[in-house]
Structure formats: structure tokens, C-alpha cells
Design a binder for this molecule. Structure first.
Ligand code: BTN
Length: 258
């Protein structure tokens, strides 16, 4: 992606002021992480047309056709206490959802922990990795993949993945989409700094249809069914097992049941 075009279009104060743009890279998250270790400043952006080792959550691969989608990572150095940091994934999901909705007619739903769906299909995913920490700030790598103009998916994800194009959007300008998401992200981080994190969690909850739904939950290769009930202030998913017992899930993978 053209760095000058991004800089000319972007209306942020701190995100995306330093940009690394690649035709092909192993993973924008991995590259951002090496930069962070060399003191990459807050807001540093890494974008790529293609990843040869794109990382998804839970050790999965993130597959994306070259030049069709949005693949980027941003270094976030956040001077917040733990209870606010935990809500950052939800702030990022809201930012990406709003950014997409500004540029398309898509109606985006959130799925715990940080997937974005259209209908029941995944259109975007996020991978947040802790990079470093000192007493004043936490350094995180936020990686976002949005399926934008891709219309064919590999067999194994054909039934579960979609793109903005596939859902009826015209060819979407990826630079404008990137800028819209970064602008929303800056706004959401500011909101998280100023106000109660619960406000963001409540907004996220308004944008999910998970609650009350039967889910299939995978935790460390253990698969169970449950009903999704709520998201706790910690960001954990509250579930009810078939015997009616409630518990909080901090990390796992959720498939929505029928
Ligand atoms: C998931 O839903 O499993 C998370 C997907 C995250 C993919 C993005 S693409 C840009 C960034 N670089 C990576 O290697 N992964 C993230």
C-alpha cells in the first residue's frame, strides 16, 4: 500500500505517523514486535499486501490473497492500569466495526473474543500480542486482518469466512478503510482513557448476538457446549454449562451453534 496515500488520508494525532509498508512479509505482527523491541514509537503502523506466515489466534494461520485485503499491525504503548488494558480488545473490535460501517453498508456483529462477523461469517479478526511492559506503560501489538475484496476462500474456511465484497460492497478502497479504522481506534483508546471501561464493554455487548445462544467452546483442545451469557468486567466470557453452572472463560474459541 502506498505510504504517502495513507499519510495524506489519515486524520489521527498519534496512530500511523510512522509507517512500514511491505509487498510481502512473514507477518506484520512479527515485524512490529521486532520494531517494538528497538523502541518503535506508539502508533507505528506496519501494513502488507501479503503475509507468508500470517498469524491467527490460538496458533492458527491467517490466510489472505495477495493485494485483496487489509493486513496491518499497530504498536500501542498504553499507560493504563490492568483493568483498562483488558478492555482494549473490545475497544479495537468496536473501532474496526465502526470503520467498516463508515465505508460500506455492512452491518457488523462482534463475536467474543475479537472477531467481526457479517451474518454468521467472519469478515475480520484481531490478534493482540503483549510486547513489553515497564512500570508506566504496556506495549502491545494489535494486528488486524479484514477480508475486503477477496471473493474466493480456501475450502477449509469457505463456509465460515466472508469479505466485504462478498457481502455486497463495491470494491472498497483499502487505504480509506485502514484510515477509518485507525481514526476510530484512536477515538476508542481516548474513550478508554477518559471513561469507565464498562461503557465500552456495554457497547460491545450491544453489538453481539451471542448471548442466549448455544455455543461450542474450545479451550486447550477441550470442546464443550454451553450457553453464552455475558462478558465480565475482566473481558472473560461468562458461560452456562448444560447443568446450569456458570463460569468465566478467559481464553478460548467459540463457534456459534444453531
Ligand atoms: C484471528 O482471528 O485468528 C486473528 C487474525 C489476525 C490476523 C492479522 S493480519 C495482520 C496481523 N498480522 C498477523 O500475522 N496477524 C494479524
Amino acid at each position: 500500500m502506498d505510504v504517502q496515500h495513507i499519510l495524506d488520508s489519515l486524520q489521527t494525532r498519534s496512530l500511523g505517523k510512522k509507517i512500514y509498508s511491505f509487498e510481502t512479509i512473514d507477518s506484520t505482527n512479527t515485524f512490529a514486535r521486532t520494531l517494538d523491541e528497538a523502541a518503535g514509537p506508539h502508533g507505528t503502523l506496519v501494513v502488507a499486501e501479503e503475509q507468508t506466515a500470517g498469524k491467527g489466534r490460538q496458533g492458527r494461520r491467517w490466510q489472505s490473497q495477495k493485494g485483496k485485503n487489509l493486513l496491518f499491525s499497530v504498536i500501542l504503548k498504553i499507560p493504563f492500569a490492568e483493568e483498562r488494558i483488558r478492555v482494549l480488545p473490545f475497544a479495537a473490535a468496536l473501532a474496526a466495526a465502526d470503520g467498516i460501517e463508515h465505508l460500506t453498508l455492512a452491518s457488523i456483529e462482534c463475536k467474543w473474543p475479537n472477531d467481526l462477523l457479517i451474518g454468521r461469517k467472519k469478515v475480520a479478526g484481531m490478534l493482540i500480542e503483549a510486547a513489553s511492559q515497564n512500570e508506566n506503560e504496556t506495549s502491545l501489538i494489535l494486528g488486524i486482518g479484514v477480508n475486503v475484496n477477496q471473493t474466493e476462500f480456501p475450502e477449509e474456511i469457505r463456509n465460515t469466512a466472508t469479505s466485504l465484497r462478498q457481502e455486497g460492497a463495491r470494491e472498497v478502497d483499502r487505504t480509506l478503510l485502514l484510515c477509518a479504522i485507525l481514526e476510530e481506534l484512536e477515538h476508542r483508546i481516548e474513550q478508554l482513557r477518559q471513561f469507565s471501561p464498562q461503557i465500552l464493554l456495554d457497547e460491545w455487548k450491544q453489538r453481539t448476538s451471542m448471548f442466549g445462544a448455544r455455543i461450542v467452546l474450545t479451550e486447550h483442545d477441550v470442546v464443550t457446549t454451553a450457553i453464552a451469557v455475558d462478558v465480565a468486567p475482566t473481558g472473560a466470557l461468562v458461560i452456562e454449562d448444560p447443568k446450569g453452572r456458570r463460569r468465566e472463560v478467559l481464553a478460548g474459541d467459540v463457534t456459534l451453534g444453531s
